[in-house]
Design a protein around this ligand. Structure first.
Ligand code: SF4
Ligand code: SF4
Length: 72
């Protein structure tokens, strides 16, 4: 998980402008991002269709490789 060290962050917001996914946000208290709800992601729990998954990146990568279409 990527976290923000509040002791080091100077609030320049470079991360907010550069993140291509819009993950970084500005708040009255400084920049913020998803920190996975301390290991209990509420978005996963409440997504009605199960479209959001909280999984080990290595397991996801392996699954994608196994399911990838064969290249000819
Ligand atoms: S605002 Fe973002 S880029 Fe700037 S110091 Fe803090 S974490 Fe780093
Ligand atoms: S609900 Fe999901 S996106 Fe929001 S902070 Fe929790 S884990 Fe991150």
């Amino acid at each position: 998980m990527v976290t923000i060290d509040g002791e080091i962050c100077i609030g320049c917001e470079a991360c907010v402008t550069q993140c291509p996914f819009g993950v970084m946000a500005t708040t009255p208290d400084g920049v913020a991002k998803c920190e996975l709800c301390n290991g209990d992601p509420q978005c996963v729990k409440y997504c009605a269709t199960g479209a959001i998954e909280y999984a080990d990146p290595e397991a996801v990568g392996l699954r994608k490789r196994v399911n990838a279409p064969m290249q000819s």
